[in-house]
Design a protein around this ligand. Structure first.
Ligand code: FAD
Ligand code: NAI
Length: 472
């Protein structure tokens, strides 16, 4: 039996960050995680580091470089003949980035004196004010505070169960040993579009089958429209409003029988199928029922705005609770909970979580979409500016897209910022800061922006809110 102030279950971006912050605040902290890498070794960092954010961005960068060499450098007067693709080397580079980072978390734990334990953890019960947590194959831990950060796993589709061969989840899709000639993807969400982009750039013929009738319904409609146009032009075949009837496979291929938006029967054959239809919170085997931990209808741990569960001393953060399934949201909640446990004030505003899709063009937004403002009856004004009119974008050859700013009609306070274009992932942070400080579009318009820089597109969009953009 070992005693701690805090036991954190899960070492993804929610859990490991919570554990480090707890330790920084002087709390005696243990973090238990069960993840094993393909070599069977314990690997910290959860979904994000092992099979999510980090490896997907590594492959997005490699594949974009390949596309630049094979398609884009000609415009710069650079001819690169005989470009070769070494998929094994590309995957090895990705795996090295992952292992460096996962090992790095172990070092951060050591530095901060977080006790790191490997195994599956389970809530056993409470003695007085102290929770007992069992670790499979290990000792029992005791702590007054438990932070659950068990994350999520890919949602399986009954018609197309994952087999790790032809039908894969995100982990499989990040490790194809060779470029599939024909790649089918069920779900045109974030994973489908990012990983579909990776393999298309490397040479796959990619078809995405999406159940929703609208493309990217969470994004601003104008951005979604521009994105659909750009992705279709690149060669991604995106079918909306589909229903998957049956998926079969033989030694040669996987065969999907599906219905299109008009209800007509269709067949698609492919060498690989990625199923990316959302993720399920990890609460199985956690002992939730035994200790009376309340889950919501979607199976997530029910928490208040401070990530407190219905049980005293038990908190939950990240993908296993409500809100977007994003690494930075998980981490921010982890910090908040650690600070609350240490008696400080903690806060995490879910309205200020930026969304990013690392496709090309990148897509990012923060705050409200235009359709949300309309639905809420909010009077607003808009300012928009295209990347094609920006000097840096022209120099980069990245001219697709625009920045759109939505501001309150009367007060001018910024309500939402939507970006489709180069480096949207970096540019959006300026918007998040503006939203966090309740800035007006006038504040942005009066801020000096370096020239030439992509951020000038935000500056011009802010000027455009007041119909005084200078370069259009
Ligand atoms: P996780 O990262 O899932 O970690 C949970 C950990 O808990 C795991 O290690 C798990 O093994 C462990 N665990 C579960 N149950 C137990 C138990 N009972 N005992 C012990 N350990 C347990 N988000 C972004 O913000 N940006 C991106 O670019 C991005 N890209 C992504 C790309 C892909 C392909 C995928 C799949 C996801 C991506 N995400 C991205 C989402 C991001 O990975 C998640 O939102 C994030 O990992 C959630 O963090 P978490 O700590 O809540 O859970
Ligand atoms: P998602 O929710 O983004 O997309 C799933 C898509 O599948 C939806 O468009 C949905 O309508 C569709 N779908 C559901 N059932 C279907 C069916 N039966 N047939 C056809 N289509 C169906 O989920 P995804 O892509 O699996 O990613 C999971 C989560 O991981 C994301 O929600 C996001 O939070 C996170 N993520 C974040 C990234 C980022 O921040 N850049 C990158 C990748 C993942």
């Amino acid at each position: 039996m070992a005693d701690f102030d805090v036991v954190v279950i899960g070492a993804g971006p929610g859990g490991y960050v919570a554990a480090i912050r707890c330790a920084q605040l002087g709390l005696n902290t243990a973090c238990v995680d069960e993840w094993k890498n393909p070599q069977g070794k314990a690997s910290l960092g959860g979904t994000c580091l092992n099979v999510g954010c980090i490896p997907s961005k590594a492959l997005l960068e490699s594949s974009e470089n390949y596309e630049r060499v094979t398609h884009d450098f000609g415009a710069h007067g650079i001819t690169a003949s005989g470009a070769q693709l070494d998929v094994a080397k590309m995957l090895a580079r990705k795996d090295k980035i992952v292992s460096d980072f996962t090992l790095g978390i172990g070092q951060l734990f050591k530095k901060n004196k977080v006790t790191s334990l490997h195994g599956r953890a389970q809530l056993l019960g409470r003695d007085g004010e102290v929770w007992r947590v069992g670790v499979a194959g290990g000792e029992e831990l005791r702590a007054r505070h438990v932070i659950i950060a068990t994350g999520s796993t890919p949602r399986p589709l009954p018609q197309a169960p994952f087999d790790g061969g032809r039908i894969v989840d995100n982990a499989g899709a990040l490790s194809f040993a060779e470029v599939p000639k024909r790649l089918a993807i069920i779900g045109a969400g974030v994973i489908g579009l990012e990983l579909g982009s990776v393999w298309r750039r490397l040479g796959s013929d990619v078809t995405l089958l999406e159940a929703a009738p609208a493309f990217m319904p969470a994004a601003d409609e104008q951005v979604a429209k521009e994105a659909l146009r750009a992705f279709t032009k690149q060669g991604l075949r995106i079918q909306l409003g589909v229903q998957i009837d049956k998926v079969t496979q033989d030694k040669k291929e996987v065969r999907l029988e599906w219905r299109d938006a008009q209800g007509a029967a269709q067949v698609l054959s492919a060498d690989k199928l990625i199923v990316a239809v959302g993720r399920t919170p990890n609460t199985q085997g956690l002992g939730a029922e035994a200790v009376g931990l309340k889950l919501d209808a979607a199976g997530r741990i029910e928490v208040d705005e401070h990530c407190r569960s219905n049980l005293p001393g038990i908190y939950a953060v990240g993908d296993v609770v409500r809100g977007p399934m994003l690494a930075h949201k998980a981490s921010e909640e982890g910090v908040m909970v650690a600070e609350l446990i240490a008696g400080q004030a903690g806060h995490c505003d879910l309205n200020l979580v930026p969304w990013v899709m690392y496709t090309a063009p990148e897509i990012a937004w923060a705050g409200k979409t235009e359709q949300q403002l309309k639905a809420g009856g909010v009077a607003y004004k808009t300012g928009q500016f295209p990347f094609i009119a920006n000097g840096r974008a022209r120099a980069l050859g990245e001219t697709t897209g625009f920045v759109k700013i939505l501001a309150d009609e009367k007060t001018d306070r910024i309500l939402g910022v939507h970006i489709i274009g180069a480096m949207a992932s970096e540019l959006i942070q300026q918007a998040v800061l503006a939203l966090a400080f309740s800035a007006s579009s006038e504040d942005l318009a009066r801020t000096i922006h370096a020239h030439p820089a992509l951020s000038e597109v935000i500056h011009e969009a802010a000027l455009a809110v007041d119909k005084r953009a200078l370069h259009i």
